[in-house]
Design a binder for this molecule. Structure first.
Ligand SMILES: Cc1cc2nc3c(=O)[nH]c(=O)nc-3n(C[C@H](O)[C@H](O)[C@H](O)COP(=O)(O)OP(=O)(O)OC[C@H]3O[C@@H](n4cnc5c(N)ncnc54)[C@H](O)[C@@H]3O)c2cc1C
Length: 387
């Protein structure tokens, strides 16, 4: 285990890049084809000490924020967006736990996370309210030993593989209005969790995304995060910025890998009749230049918004909302265009570019979806509440 001292962001990024090259890249195609959870990568990230990215330094983590999260997600996604998603959802779950952790929660969750011994993840979405992830219907009722949890969560990344799940519930008791909810940590070892078969998507296939039903699952009172019913705070202060930056980084990685495939093809493919590389064609060079510009615009937005949010700048919110939408738009466009530029090589069944294009499409349906984000940006600009 490489824990103990917080490490500087550059070293953390270099570790992630090394794992992407040596562990993720060799497994990515098979994991996508077989739709299996990326166990070797998740173990390697744990051994390298990267699971504690958002755990405070005094608990053995690195105390890093949004800028580092986006950078590491981008590095991992260049080889496997699904692996980036698994890591990212662990990081967002960690940030939610860390936001108001009690002494018990620090010792039970954050310290093991920093040691690479505990994976957590976020279980917010439900079939009933769909992309409105801030409106949970899962019920939390008081019990002698704490709470009983009843309901179903859909699309839980790292489902059945994580050690704990950060679960949103209807508030229970006082404050049970629409838009107020409670968050609890549900441990994988407890009774009352029934997992469905993994969901098989067009893309983002190797992340063990599954539904879980809580059939009166007992939850210890100590596992309540913050106070009952105050968790709308978590949505905009913690879940939204961390999730949006994690996903923005992931889709930058998709866009970057796709652009590189196109660049490499245009730089090396020569037709026998002309002897020139494809990039010598003005129209192809122009299209490549456009894609590069698109990626750089999205990257600059993501990294400047992340740095501004890390610095606590109040005007960062709108830029943060725009990041996932911009990176998702760039990923879909660049993967799609790269497939044209790389001809028959790019279009082959289940090549890397095909995987990137399939994975890119998930960006628009993962909530907050691209449409919702653009609506929220517009509302923020005219001084209306986002919801
Ligand atoms: C690969 C993958 C992994 C996921 N992992 C997780 C996870 O780990 N944890 C988790 O909690 N969730 C996860 N999700 C769930 C995800 O975040 C969304 O909540 C879910 O995909 C929404 O799906 P839905 O079919 O219910 O969408 P619907 O609610 O049916 O929406 C369909 C479309 O309508 C649009 N729409 C709906 N309402 C509005 C509106 N008011 N204004 C504008 N547009 C609107 C949506 O933007 C969307 O494009 C994951 C999803 C995927 C695909």
């Amino acid at each position: 285990m490489t824990t103990g001292q917080p490490r500087p962001p550059r070293e953390l990024l270099a570790l992630a890049q090394e794992i992407a090259r040596t562990v993720i890249a060799p497994n990515a195609e098979r994991e996508d084809a077989e739709a299996v959870w990326p166990e070797p990568a998740m173990r390697a990230l744990g051994s390298a000490g990267l699971m504690g990215l958002h755990v405070p330094g005094d608990l053995g983590g690195h105390g890093e924020g949004l800028r580092s999260l986006a950078g590491i997600a981008e590095a991992l996604a260049q080889e496997s967006p699904s692996t980036a998603l698994c890591y990212a959802m662990h990081c967002v779950g960690t940030a939610v736990i860390a936001a108001r952790a009690t002494d018990y929660q620090k010792q039970a969750f954050l310290e093991p996370i920093a040691r690479g011994e505990h994976i957590t993840t976020l279980a917010l979405s439900e079939a009933g309210t769909g992309s409105h992830f801030w409106l949970p219907e899962t019920a939390l009722v008081h019990d002698d030993a704490g709470y009983l949890l009843t309901g179903t969560k859909s699309f839980v990344t790292n489902g059945g593989r994580a050690d704990s799940y950060v679960v949103s519930t209807a508030a229970g008791g006082e404050g049970d209005d629409e838009g107020t909810f409670s968050c609890v940590v549900v441990e994988n070892t407890g009774p009352g969790l029934e997992w469905s078969e993994p969901w098989l998507g067009l893309g983002m296939r190797s992340n063990s995304s599954r539904s879980v039903t809580f059939a009166g699952a007992p939850v210890r009172a100590e596992n309540l995060l913050g106070r009952e019913g105050d968790q709308l705070w978590y949505v905009f202060e913690v879940v939204a910025p961390y999730f949006l930056m994690a996903m923005a980084g992931t889709y930058l990685g998709v866009a970057g890998a796709s652009l590189e495939a196109a660049r490499e093809h245009l730089a090396t493919r020569r037709h026998s009749h002309s002897g020139e590389i494809l990039g010598d064609s003005p129209v192809l060079a122009h299209r490549l230049g456009e894609l590069w510009t698109e990626l750089q615009m999205a990257r600059q937005l993501v990294y400047s918004a992340a740095s501004a949010a890390d610095a606590g700048e109040p005007e960062a919110l709108v830029a943060v909302l725009a990041c996932k939408a911009a990176a998702g738009d760039a990923a879909v466009k660049i993967a799609n265009e790269a497939m044209t530029l790389t001809g028959g090589i790019g279009y082959r069944e289940n090549g890397k570019l095909a995987r990137m294009l399939r994975d890119a499409r998930a960006s628009h349906v993962m909530s907050p979806t691209t449409d919702l984000l653009k609506v929220w940006i517009g509302r923020a600009l005219v001084n209306l509440p986002l919801l």
